[in-house]
Design a binder for this molecule. Structure first.
Ligand code: PHE
Length: 453
């Protein structure tokens, strides 16, 4: 215990908890549908560039801020830059966390419906058109998705209330490896479906002629979203890291695990989608309409295997989403608890109830409230756009400026090298990226979107 705050127990626990935050619906639900929207391989290529050039250095920067300050993300700036406006970066992160948690829980709720559907063998004997139809009927139903959303948020709530080590770390240790094994099995099934090669080509053959500024914004937003960056989430986790954790190595491990799982998810979804003739740009419904096909077709000779795999997959997907919702909830709860001196329980209840209200509105915006739009987007899509494509990259840009320019060089060096005890060969590159590359690159993507050149 440090300053009376909890710490993560082991190093493996630290990597798994951070990876648990990073790996979630962002990899398995959002990555494939954004890849589909933006045309495939070229998007993936740019995405990988964003992870390497922006994601990893900014993750290290968040780790530096969190572990040095040992506070929630807004409090961190108060400690490291007292009396300055930097605390707004933290507050913006808290807002982003709250907003993402609200719409994310809607999709997390869908995964629960699919667990129950799989348990009742509801996918058996249906055609691809049936899967599309049943997803549409379900997601636009005014009640069902809302009940699941509330249950999901309550599940997150109770883990948060039990505290960091018992709740977050233990659950990640079991779930992450299981999810990984299952994903590998599904990739093998999917690529061996008839006609899968077109999907593989879609993932591997880039067509750069279709790349425009939007693709860059999409890839950058997806990198921040998937790595849980730009809102102080990993910063809050790092505030629970012990002194001897190697920040650079942890960032690399988390980045590699997260990217690997996203790419594998692509190799599950697209071969399957092309195999059964579902358009790759089907949007948020993509994994919910393609995956049931994978299970049914790949195991058509052994229906019991189809049954087991579909139950397991949706269950693990729900759990992966849970380790991510926990991390978002923790950002907002730690903020309210430490900054407003509320009890953890009270803070957590405020977050949970706020998210239920906003989440319900998001869910309705996909069904009965479809006609209510702002800038042409319903609430669900609007929150997704505003957080992933604006708040997170903006947060990331400010975090890189903070660590690259504002924070005392000695502090940064001490954190990254653990006071000189670690040899970090990439130190100079990391600082150079934080100072120049990241702020300029993010700034250019924004300016381009505002059509300023
Ligand atoms: N990275 C998570 C995912 O991929 C989502 C997330 C975003 C979690 C931002 C925390 C903060 O599902």
């Amino acid at each position: 215990m440090k300053n009376g705050r909890a710490n993560f127990g082991t190093k493996l626990g630290i990597i798994l908890a951070s990876a648990g935050s990073a790996v979630g619906l962002g990899n398995i639900w959002r990555f494939p549908y954004e890849t589909g929207n933006y045309g495939g391989a070229a998007f993936i290529f740019i995405y990988l560039g964003c992870v390497l050039l922006l994601g990893l250095p900014i993750m290290i920067a968040e780790f530096v801020i969190g572990r040095k300050s040992r506070a929630n993300t807004a409090g961190a700036y108060q400690i490291l830059a007292p009396g300055t406006h930097w605390r707004w970066v933290g507050r913006m992160g808290v807002l982003a966390g709250f907003l993402i948690l609200s719409f994310y829980s809607v999709v997390a709720g869908w995964t629960l419906e699919y667990v129950i559907e799989a348990l009742g063998n509801g996918f058996a004997g249906k055609t691809p058109a049936d899967y599309v139809q049943s997803f549409q009927t379900f997601s636009s139903n005014p009640w069902k998705p809302i009940i699941w959303l509330v249950l999901f948020l309550l599940g997150t709530h109770f883990i948060i209330v039990r505290g960091v080590e018992k709740g977050i770390e233990k659950s990640s240790k079991v779930m992450m490896p299981m999810l990984f094994v299952l994903i590998i099995v599904l990739v093998i099934c999917s690529v061996s479906l008839p006609g899968a090669s077109k999907g593989i080509e879609f993932l591997l053959k880039p067509d750069f002629s279709k790349v425009n500024g939007d693709v860059f914004l999409g890839a950058m937003g997806q990198a921040f979203f998937s790595l849980s960056l730009g809102m102080g989430c990993l910063c809050t986790y790092a505030s629970y890291f012990s002194k001897d954790v190697n920040l650079t190595r942890t960032a690399f491990s988390v980045g590699i695990i997260d990217t690997f799982i996203a790419i594998l998810a692509g190799f599950i979804i697209f071969p399957a989608a092309f195999s059964v003739g579902i358009q790759p740009d089907a949007g948020p419904s993509l994994i919910f309409i393609t995956l049931p096909n994978v299970f049914q077709q790949a195991f058509s000779g052994a229906p019991w295997l189809a049954y087991i795999f579909s139950v397991l997959f949706y269950l693990l997907l729900a759990l992966a989403a849970l380790t991510s919702t926990i991390s978002m909830h923790e950002v907002v709860t730690a903020y309210l608890h430490e900054e407003f001196k509320l009890s953890r329980r009270k803070a957590a209840w405020m977050v949970t109830s706020g998210c239920i209200i906003l989440g319900v509105l998001c869910s309705l915006s996909l069904g009965v409230g479809k006609h209510i739009t702002l800038f042409g987007l319903g609430l669900f899509d609007l929150l997704d756009f505003f957080t992933a494509k604006i708040l997170l990259p903006l947060g990331g840009m400010l975090i890189s400026v903070f660590v690259g320019w504002y924070l005392d060089k000695q502090i940064v060096w001490n954190q990254i090298t653990n006071k000189g005890t670690l040899k970090v060969h990439t130190y100079k590159i990391i600082i150079f990226i934080l100072k120049f590359i990241a702020p300029i690159a993010i700034g250019l993507v924004f300016l381009n979107e505002l059509k300023l050149f």
